[in-house]
Design a protein around this ligand. Structure first.
Ligand code: SF4
Ligand code: SF4
Length: 383
C-alpha cells in the first residue's frame, strides 16, 4: 500500500497545485498580506530534506504546479536546491517573489536550476506610493532591475498587483508598466480580505465607483493589448454578486504547506478554530490529502446549509470562502456573505460602502513577525 498514490481515486482526484510557503520572512510588510497574523518563525521552518520529500510526494500524488512562495522564498538559503528538485521531478515551478533584497542575486542560479516562471509582486506603479504600501524604501528600482533580468533570461514574467483604495487610481499606469517591463501577464487582483488584509480592511476598501472604473480600464486594455499582455482580473468579493470558488473548492485542487509543515486546504484556513491540520513531519502528503480532518471538513457539498445546500451553483463556487464566512458571519459553514443569496450580503455591502466612504483612510497596521497582539480586528456582520 502506497499512502501517496493510493490517496488518488476516481472520487477523489489528485490536487493539481501545491503552494509551498517556504518561509514567512519577507523584507516587505504589505498591509494586505495573506500570511497569518501569527507568522511562523525561522527556527520552526522545514529543512531542505523535508521540502524535497514533500515535493517528491507531491509529484507522486499527481501535482503538476508548485508555487514557491512565502513570505519571500528567496530569503531561504536553499531556494536554488528546492527549485532544482522541482525540475528533476518534472514539477512546473513558479517563483512568487517581491523581487527585492537578495532575489536578483539568486535569479541566474534559479534559472540554471530549471525555474519555469516568475510572478513578481508590484505594490503600485508610482515608486513613493509602492514603497509606502510595501513599507520598504528603495524597493521599486530593485523590482524593476529584477523584472529586467527575468525577461533577459527568457523566463515568462507575471506581475501581480493587489488593488485597493491606496492604488486603485493607478490601474491604467500599472497596465502600462507591465507592458514596459515586458511581462506576459498581469494580475489585477482586488484585495481579498483575509489575514492582514482583514485587519486593514477599512484602510484598503475602495469605493464601488472606483472598482467599476478599474474593471472598465481592464476590459479596454484587454482588447487593446491582445496578443501582447494577458490581464487577469480578480473582482472584490464584497461588491460581487457571487463568491469565488475559494482555492478552486475546499480540498479539491490545491494543498498549501506552511513554513512549519502544516498542510492547509487554503492559506487562511488556520483562522478557523477547531480544525485539525496534519503536518508533513508526521504523515505523507497523500495521507493528508485523503484523510486529514481539515481537508474533509468542507470538502464536497454535504456540510452545506441553506441557501447553498439547494443552490444550483453549489458545485461551481462550493459555497465561497469558509474563512470569510467565519470572519463575517461567525460560522465557517454559513454561506459566504459575499454571495448575494446570503441573508447577510446587504450588510456586507453596506459595511464596504461605509468603510470606503471614510474621509481619511486609517493608517495601515503593517505586517510584522510577532505583530498579532498589536492588531485591531474589524467587526463582522450578524443577522
Ligand atoms: S504580500 Fe508583501 S509582505 Fe506579504 S509575502 Fe508578499 S511581498 Fe511579502
Ligand atoms: S448560495 Fe452558496 S452555492 Fe449558491 S451562489 Fe451563493 S455561495 Fe454559491
Amino acid at each position: 500500500m502506497n499512502a501517496v498514490t493510493d490517496a488518488v481515486t476516481p472520487a477523489l482526484p489528485a490536487p493539481i497545485g501545491l503552494l509551498a510557503e517556504l518561509t514567512h520572512r519577507c523584507p516587505l510588510r504589505c498591509p494586505y498580506c495573506s500570511n497569518p497574523l501569527e507568522l511562523d518563525k525561522r527556527s520552526g521552518e522545514l529543512d531542505t530534506a523535508a521540502w524535497q520529500r514533500v515535493l517528491t510526494e507531491a509529484a507522486a500524488l499527481g501535482v503538476l504546479h508548485v508555487h514557491l512562495s512565502g513570505g519571500e522564498p528567496t530569503a531561504r538559503q536553499d531556494i536554488v536546491e528546492i527549485t532544482r528538485t522541482c525540475a528533476e521531478l518534472g514539477l512546473y515551478s513558479n517563483l512568487i517573489t517581491s523581487g527585492v533584497a537578495g532575489a536578483l542575486g539568486k535569479l541566474d542560479a534559479l534559472y540554471d536550476a530549471g525555474l519555469d516562471h516568475v510572478q513578481l509582486s508590484i505594490q503600485a506603479a508610482e515608486a513613493a506610493n509602492a514603497e509606502r504600501i510595501g513599507g520598504l524604501k528603495n524597493a521599486q528600482p530593485q523590482k524593476f532591475a529584477f523584472a529586467e533580468r527575468v525577461v533577459a533570461l527568457g523566463l515568462p514574467l507575471t506581475l501581480n498587483a493587489v488593488i485597493h483604495r491606496g492604488n486603485i487610481h493607478e490601474v491604467a499606469t500599472l497596465i502600462d508598466l507591465a507592458v514596459t517591463l515586458g511581462a506576459k501577464r498581469l494580475e489585477v487582483a482586488h484585495t481579498q480580505y483575509y489575514g492582514w488584509a482583514y485587519v486593514n480592511r477599512a484602510a484598503l476598501m475602495p469605493a464601488k465607483p472606483d472598482v467599476d472604473r478599474s474593471i472598465r480600464i481592464v476590459e479596454e486594455a484587454r482588447e487593446r493589448l491582445k496578443g501582447r499582455l494577458v490581464i487577469d482580473l480578480v473582482v472584490p468579493d464584497y461588491y460581487a454578486k457571487y463568491p469565488k470558488a475559494c482555492a478552486g473548492g475546499w480540498g479539491r485542487r490545491l494543498m498549501n504547506v506552511t513554513p512549519a509543515g502544516k498542510v492547509l486546504p487554503c492559506h487562511a484556513a488556520e483562522t478557523i478554530p477547531g480544525l485539525e491540520f496534519w503536518n508533513v513531519r508526521d504523515r505523507s502528503l497523500g495521507e493528508i490529502w485523503a484523510q486529514s480532518p481539515a481537508f474533509q471538513a468542507y470538502r464536497g457539498t454535504a456540510w452545506m446549509k441553506e441557501p447553498c445546500r439547494s443552490c444550483d451553483r453549489r458545485e461551481k463556487d462550493w459555497g465561497g470562502c469558509r474563512c470569510q464566512a467565519l470572519a463575517l458571519a461567525g460560522d465557517a459553514a454559513a454561506t459566504d456573505p459575499a454571495c448575494s443569496l446570503s441573508p447577510l450580503h446587504a450588510k456586507v455591502q453596506a459595511l464596504a460602502i461605509a468603510e470606503s466612504a471614510l474621509e481619511t483612510a486609517p493608517d495601515y497596521q503593517y505586517r510584522t513577525i510577532g505583530g498579532a497582539p498589536l492588531v485591531t480586528q474589524p467587526e463582522g456582520v450578524t443577522a
